[in-house]
Design a protein around this ligand. Structure first.
Ligand SMILES: *[C@@H]1O[C@H](CO)[C@@H](O)[C@H](O)[C@H]1NC(C)=O
Ligand SMILES: *[C@@H]1O[C@H](CO)[C@@H](O)[C@H](O)[C@H]1NC(C)=O
Length: 342
C-alpha cells in the first residue's frame, strides 16, 4: 500500500517539475518513510499542510500542491503585465514559502519589479525564455535565504542587481545565460560556498574580475562572451570538483600562466578564439595536473613554441583531437620529428 502511494507521489512531482533539478535532491523513498515514522513530532511535519491561495485571487497564476512532499508550486507564465503580477502577490498567501516558481515563454513582462513577490519565497526560480529586460534592485529580496536554483536563461536582460548575489546564502545554481548583458562582474560570486554551477554564457559580455573562493564549483559556463585576455588567477576557486570551463566563442588572444585552478579532470574548452599559440608556461601545469584542453578553430602557429607538447611526457594526448594549426592540420597528425631542431 505504502509503495503505491510513493509511486503516485513521484509521478505527481515529475509532472509538476517537468525536469530534474541540478542541486535540489528530492527526499528518497526511505527519507519519505522516515519522515512519516520518526519525524511526526516535529511541527513542520505534524499537522502542517501548506495551503495554496484561493485560485481566483491569483489567476492567471496557478498554484499546485504535491501532498506527498508538502510542496507548493506557482506557475505564472500567462501573466499579462507587471501590474497584474504585483497584484497577485497582494492576495492572501497562507503559506509563504513555495518549492518552485515559473514564468516561461511570456512576452508581456519587461521588468521584474522591486518587491514584486511581497515576502513570498521560492526554493527554485525558473524565469526563462521570456522578454524580461530589467531585474530591479530587490526584486528577488524575499528569496535571499531560500533560493537554491535561479534560472534566468533566455531573456533579454540588460540590467541585473549583481551586488545582491552574495545575499543568496543557499545558491547552488545560477544562470543568466542567453541574455543581453554588456558587463558581468565575476567577483560578486566569490565566497558563495554553496555554488556548484554558474552559467554566464551567451551574453557577448565583458567579464570583469576573477572567480575566487568557490570551494564547491563544478561548472563555469563562459562561452559566447567578449573575453580577450585571461589574467592570472582568473579561476582560483579552490574547488577539487571543478570539471568544466567552456570559453569557446570569445575573443581570447592570450591566457596568462596561473589563470586556472589545477585540478585533475578539469576540461577547458577554448575553441573558436583567435589564439595563435598554446603557451607552455600556461598549459603545461594544467595538463600535468590531469586536465584536458580543447582548442579547435584557433589560428595556432605550429612552430617551436608548441614543441613542448611533443616531448617524452606526451602531453599532446590531453589535447583534444580537433585542435589544429591555422592551416587546418590537426596537432595529432603532425610528425613529431618536425620539432627535433627546436
Ligand atoms: C531586447 O531589448 C532591447 C531593448 O533593450 C530591444 O531593442 C530588443 O528588441 C529586445 N530584443 C528582443 C529579442 O526582444
Ligand atoms: C565532489 O563531488 C563528489 C561527487 O559528486 C562528492 O561526493 C564530493 O563530496 C565532492 N567533493 C567536494 C570537495 O565538494
Amino acid at each position: 500500500m505504502q509503495s503505491h502511494i510513493i509511486i503516485l507521489l513521484y509521478i505527481g512531482v515529475a509532472c509538476v517539475s517537468g525536469q530534474d533539478y541540478y542541486c535540489y535532491q528530492y527526499p528518497t523513498h526511505s527519507d519519505a518513510y522516515n519522515v512519516k515514522q520518526d519525524d511526526h513530532h516535529l511541527p513542520e511535519y505534524y499537522g502542517y499542510e501548506p495551503t495554496c491561495p484561493d485560485a481566483e485571487d491569483i489567476a492567471p497564476c496557478v498554484c499546485t500542491y504535491v501532498s506527498g512532499y508538502k510542496h507548493l508550486y506557482l506557475e505564472c507564465s500567462a501573466v499579462e503585465n507587471e501590474e497584474q503580477l504585483k497584484q497577485i502577490f497582494e492576495a492572501d498567501f497562507p503559506t509563504k514559502n513555495f518549492k518552485e516558481f515559473r514564468i516561461e515563454q511570456n512576452n508581456n513582462l519587461k521588468v521584474l519589479e522591486a518587491g514584486v513577490f511581497n515576502g513570498i519565497s521560492f526554493d527554485m526560480l525558473y524565469i526563462m525564455y521570456n522578454k524580461l529586460e530589467v531585474i530591479e534592485l530587490q526584486a528577488l529580496d524575499s528569496c535571499y535565504e531560500t533560493t537554491i536554483e535561479l534560472h534566468l536563461y533566455g531573456n533579454n536582460i540588460t540590467s541585473f542587481p549583481f551586488d545582491e548575489v552574495s545575499q543568496f546564502s543557499k545558491l547552488c545554481y545560477f544562470s543568466i545565460g542567453g541574455n543581453s548583458l554588456s558587463v558581468i562582474p565575476a567577483d560578486v560570486f566569490n565566497g558563495i560556498t554553496a555554488l556548484k554551477y554558474i552559467y554566464l554564457s551567451e551574453n557577448k559580455a565583458d567579464i570583469v574580475g576573477t572567480f575566487q573562493d568557490l570551494p564547491n564549483l563544478r561548472d563555469l559556463y563562459l562561452y559566447s562572451n567578449a573575453l580577450t585576455t585571461i589574467p592570472a588567477d582568473f579561476v582560483k576557486t579552490g574547488s577539487s570538483n571543478l570539471s568544466y570551463i567552456p570559453l569557446h566563442y570569445n575573443n581570447i588572444v592570450s591566457v596568462e600562466p596561473g589563470a586556472f585552478d589545477l585540478v585533475d579532470g578539469l576540461d577547458i574548452y577554448l575553441g573558436y578564439n583567435p589564439l595563435s599559440t598554446l603557451d607552455e608556461a600556461t598549459w603545461r601545469p594544467h595538463l600535468e595536473a590531469g586536465g584536458l584542453l580543447f582548442a579547435p578553430h584557433n589560428p595556432l602557429v605550429c612552430d617551436c613554441d608548441i614543441a613542448w607538447l611533443f616531448g617524452e611526457d606526451q602531453l599532446l594526448e590531453q589535447v583534444g583531437d580537433y585542435t589544429a594549426c591555422s592551416d587546418g592540420e590537426r596537432l595529432h597528425d603532425l610528425d613529431p620529428s618536425m620539432f627535433d631542431n627546436c
